[in-house]
Design a protein around this ligand. Structure first.
Ligand code: GUN
Ligand code: ZN
Length: 462
């Protein structure tokens, strides 16, 4: 069965800006390397290349510099020769109210939530605290090269609205929702299902399709949501067919045991959500570390998406994600930093972790049937086009094709002498991308453009 296509959103009406060309080495992924015969076929590179950006922030041409310049002779050129220009990175799982608590020591998921996370999230009752956190959160996201993210909002309507406001101010493409829970959580974070419905409706009316912002129904996870809360989520999904859905799935063994105790009639963790009609192409499930074959089949059958969060899975000792099993079933898997289960905002570093997890799976756990080696090209796919596909936004973002939004990042090897030399010593673009993914990071990101406008420049805070 072919996956139902989601209607692309209309062209945004951002105000006109001066068109320009950007010159540099243009690199992007044009299709899914996990379904193609060889990686190289999915990579497009223009060594001395250029992008032309139109007055509305769309890419109007991509190609060799001489060709693009000939047909766009009257517009200014930003010369980034020597730099690598990549599409904006896409983070498919991150928590806004954990913006300020990365690096909390020594616990697995359930204790980590109780000890550090719930008390931190309770602070978002204060609008002042939420406002300060939102400014840091989105600034950091963009400085790390992320231009689109699927975000767990706060448990509070006001704090979630504040985060939407900040995203809009920075032109960041945020897909986000108020996180909801009605039991088994710190009392400050509890919201009755009826109240969750009313608050979600208000947020949806204010923020879903507000410019390029979108709303995502966000039950925290099955253990903190009663059947009544899951029914509210179902109702909201039915009332808003193009809305997104996000939650956690099969992250940690203790968590899974708890889900079975709480929902004895469900045949699996995934089935808890399935019974409420919460699976589908707009649904993104974070982790899926311990999903059974039956659950993976069901994710595939419903075209549900998976956010792989390798740094978080290692940090909290959750397990080695069986990536290959998901890919073999055709599931779209993209990356999530899972701040603050994950240890950093960098999707380049998330690629690094994803690679290592597969190596551990292959050689240490000796389960090669569950592992897949991740080349530079595959890693770039996971952090860009896969994210766009997971969010059904691949007609607008994910690579640098003509007609897409001009969301791109300028990687400047001169910012780090070691990496500059290492890249010079590296032959193929596949291997260069692998170097960037494993040892690269924020220090290399000179500029970030969103909708063709500068959103971050090193050492300048726009
Ligand atoms: N499961 C429920 N809540 C959370 C959370 O905040 N982070 C992670 N990693 N897993 C969760
Ligand atoms: Zn999470």
């Amino acid at each position: 069965m072919k996956e139902p296509r989601v209607t692309p959103s209309t062209r945004a009406c951002s105000s006109p800006v001066q068109p320009f060309l950007v010159r540099g080495t243009i690199v992007h992924i044009i299709s899914n390397p996990f379904v193609e015969q060889n990686d190289e076929g999915v990579l497009e590179t223009f060594e001395d290349g250029a992008l032309a950006i139109d007055a509305f922030g769309y890419i109007s041409a991509i190609g060799p510099y001489q060709e693009v310049a000939k047909t766009n002779s009257a517009i200014p050129v930003i010369d980034r020769s020597g730099c690598i220009i990549l599409p904006g990175l896409v983070d498919c799982h991150i928590h806004f109210p954990q913006a300020l608590m990365i690096g909390a020591y020594g616990e697995q998921l359930l204790d980590w939530l109780q000890r550090y996370t719930f008390p931190e999230e309770a602070k978002f009752k204060s609008q002042e605290y939420a406002r300060a956190a939102a400014a840091i959160f989105f600034k950091e996201e963009i400085a790390q090269g992320t231009t689109t993210a699927l975000i767990f909002g706060a448990h509070f309507e006001q704090a979630t609205a504040i985060a939407f406001e900040e995203a809009r101010k920075r032109r960041f493409r945020a897909l986000m929702g108020m996180t909801v829970s009605d039991h088994n959580i710190l009392s400050d974070l509890v919201m009755a299902p009826e109240q969750a419905y009313v608050a979600s409706k208000q947020l949806i009316s204010n923020w879903h399709h507000n410019g390029k912002l979108r709303y995502a129904i966000t039950p925290r996870f099955a253990p903190t949501c009663s059947p009544a809360m899951l029914a509210v989520c179902q109702q909201l999904m039915q009332e808003h067919p193009d809305i997104y859905f996000q939650t956690h799935l099969n992250e940690n063994r203790e968590e899974i045991k708890w889900v079975h105790e709480l929902f004895p009639r469900a045949s699996s963790y995934l089935d808890v959500y399935d019974r409420y009609g919460l699976l589908g192409p707009r649904s993104v499930f974070a982790h899926s570390v311990h999903s059974s074959d039956e659950e993976i089949d069901r994710l595939a059958e419903t075209f549900s998406r998976v956010a792989h969060c390798p740094s978080s899975n290692s940090f909290m000792g959750s397990g080695l994600m069986p990536l290959k099993k998901h890919l073999m079933k055709g599931i779209i898997v993209a990356l999530g930093t899972d701040i603050a289960g994950g240890t950093g905002y960098s999707l380049l570093q998330e690629m690094n972790q994803a690679y290592k997890v597969q190596m551990l799976q292959m050689f240490s756990a000796q389960q090669p049937h569950l592992a897949v080696k991740l080349s530079g090209i595959r890693l770039l796919y996971l952090g860009t086009l896969a994210g766009a596909q997971a969010l059904s936004l691949d007609e607008e973002i994910g690579n640098l094709h003509k007609g897409k939004r001009a969301d791109f990042i300028v990687i400047d090897p001169h910012q780090d002498t070691l990496i500059e030399v290492r890249l010079k010593n590296t032959e193929s673009m596949n291997d260069k991308l692998f170097v960037l993914a494993t040892v690269g990071g924020k220090q290399l990101i000179r500029e970030v453009f969103i909708d063709g406008q500068i959103a971050h420049a090193k050492d300048i805070d726009p």
